[in-house]
Design a protein around this ligand. Structure first.
Ligand SMILES: [Zn+2]
Ligand SMILES: [Zn+2]
Length: 327
């Protein structure tokens, strides 16, 4: 099969011809129909996230068709369309797993990081972590739901139910979360890279009440803010933007250092927290909700061979909505 593989952090992905993997016990062999390109893939490729498998096939927003079932893997029939997310394995036995916080499992393994992912024609996945994909979405439209959607949704839940929601970094996750937030009756305040007029127009088209530069003060205090961009200084901007009792959620897996800030901007019972990974329950909840909003994803498609170009455009902030690879 054709695949795009990372041999070493900081180097481009290399096109490889590899044997089609085999589904082990409890696993499914999946023909990849579409695979979203997530900011986390860029952290892996750029070496900001280390400790994964090398070489690795990235990609954890996979929509595909089951083509073979490993021993005992009967949850999805051959031919079924399924989604494979970032969460690829949990132990089921640690203190986090038994308390419903499998996203924090000490032994968790992640797709496209510890196990080969979807930048390939085929992949295998543990059936327990796969999702049925709502019929309302075609393969490309569904791909960004698998991480930008799921972890974006978890971040929105963690932000509480405040009405005025700030979103810092208006990429794939933000464009989905903004639609869900509007559906919930919230007002969205979008913060983009300074001077990114295109991004601000895009945010307003998705219903944002206001859009401006990330360093700008919004026209009114916010109840909560979610930070999707991996830039530590945004934490300080967001804390200054939220009202007393407000919540600032850092939604990414990696962020540059947060500058020192005066205690005064945290005082007043403001909360600063991160969101890590997803649970399967998040996925079930989001996939039930998305068609009702209905969430519509905006995508830009690339062939598998153009994966490096998709990553470069994402790094430069030049993707409107989400990039999706189509093998
Ligand atoms: Zn565990
Ligand atoms: Zn992701």
């Amino acid at each position: 099969m054709k695949a795009m593989q990372l041999a070493a952090p900081g180097t481009p992905l290399v096109a490889a011809d590899l044997p089609v993997p085999q589904a082990g016990p409890g696993e499914l062999l999946i023909k990849v129909r579409a695979c979203g390109v997530c900011r986390t893939d860029l952290h892996v490729v750029d070496g900001e996230l280390t400790g994964g498998k090398l070489p690795i096939i990235p990609g954890h927003e996979i929509v595909g068709t089951v083509v073979a079932n490993g021993a005992g893997a009967q949850r999805f029939a051959t031919g079924a369309r399924i989604g494979v997310p970032w969460l690829g394995y949990t132990c089921g036995a640690c203190a986090y797993c038994v308390r419903g916080r499998e996203n924090l499992c000490d032994s968790a393994r992640f797709t496209g990081y510890h196990a080969d992912g979807g930048y390939a024609e085929y992949t295998v996945a543990d059936q327990r972590y796969c999702f049925a994909v709502p019929a309302e979405y075609d393969d490309v439209a569904a791909a960004p739901l698998l991480c930008a959607g799921l972890i974006g949704y978890r971040s929105l839940v963690m932000a509480g139910d405040g009405e005025r929601l700030g979103i810092y970094g208006f990429g794939a996750a933000a464009h989905i979360v903004a639609q869900v937030a509007r559906h919930q009756g919230r007002r969205v305040f979008a913060f983009t890279r300074p001077g990114d007029a295109g991004g601000q127009t895009f945010a307003k088209a998705l219903g944002a009440a206001w859009a401006g530069d990330s360093s700008a003060k919004p026209p009114e205090e916010l109840d909560a803010a979610i930070i999707f961009a991996p830039a530590g200084p945004l934490v300080v901007h967001a804390l200054r933007a939220v009202a007393k009792g407000g919540v600032v959620v850092c939604a990414g897996i990696h962020m540059s250092d947060i500058p020192a800030f005066p205690y005064d901007i945290l005082w007043g019972e403001r909360t600063l927290r991160s969101v890590a990974n997803l649970t399967r329950r998040d996925g079930e909840a989001f996939f039930a909700l998305a068609p009702k909003v209905p969430v519509r994803t905006m995508t830009e498609t690339f062939s598998l061979a153009r994966a490096n170009e998709a990553l470069a455009r994402l790094r430069a902030g030049r993707i409107k909505g989400a990039a999706v690879l189509v093998p």
